[in-house]
Design a protein around this ligand. Sequence first.
Ligand code: T3D
Length: 267
Amino acid sequence: MGGDAKVSYEFLNVEQNAGALTVELARPDVLNALTVPMLLELKDVLEGEAAAPNVRAVLLTGAGRGFCAGADLSAELAQQTGDGMVRDVLERAYHPVVRAIASLEKPVVAGINGVAAGAGLSLALGCDYRLVAPDAWLTVGFAGIGLAVDAGGSYYLPRLVGLGRAMELAFSNRRVEASEAVRIGLADRLLGGDFALEARAEVATLAAGPTKALALIKRELRASHASTLEAQLALEATAQDAAAKTHDFREGVSAFAGKRKPRYTGE
Ligand code: T3D
């Protein structure tokens, strides 16, 4: 898909503007609750369109008043009572999405436009960072219906907010307002004004950035939690070797010398 275009999937709205791809979860009547077909569509978009070289940053957000209310409780989840059925859904539908977000070599930003609950919050936590609307709120959700945390939430939550706070949020299942979410690291920045517009503008700015360097930064920072200082220094040296060979590095230095704004191409 080149230039400006908008494609409607069955459960997603996917729109590309220059190098920025916006992926909207689109079941607004149920606050974008997740079903297996919807997750498989999301996996296809993340592994297909989003991975294409002409896409340089991705925004994951929700249509309507919610970001995502987690797994669809009305249809699928209630029927998954057989041995291994939930595991199967997680491995088949949720895990590939969580992995695709983590491994995509470009920024993936969550635009939390409204409520984010359960696996909906987990997906947002799996993105590289989170923008949040002032009237959005977040809840870990799972314990509220007698479930353990899934969709990567148990990995990301303690890393983002610390172990004790992760326990408190997951046990209590309480509502976290946008301002508190930013204060405790559950979200990263509150955007006022027209949230949809501002979130898209931020991702457009990322899409005009030095894409290869951003991908290398993503790899470095994502590796850091499971790494030693020595391993991290080695990774930095390898990453910087690669970054220093890019056209965008040469452009960045030349723009600095010329006292002008750099024009990055992602090469
Ligand atoms: O195998 C697997 O899939 C395992 C994976 C599990 C992962 C999980 O995510 S478990 C957690 C599931 N999610 C939840 O427990 C949250 C359920 N939803 C809520 O608690 C509330 O809807 C919210 C707190 C998110 C928002 O409340 P509110 O008052 O703003 O909206 P509402 O009126 O409750 O919801 C609006 C509509 O969306 C409503 O439909 P209606 O009555 O207008 O026809 C509601 O039923 C529907 N809806 C909301 N969440 C879900 C949902 N429908 C299906 N599934 C949902 N999760």
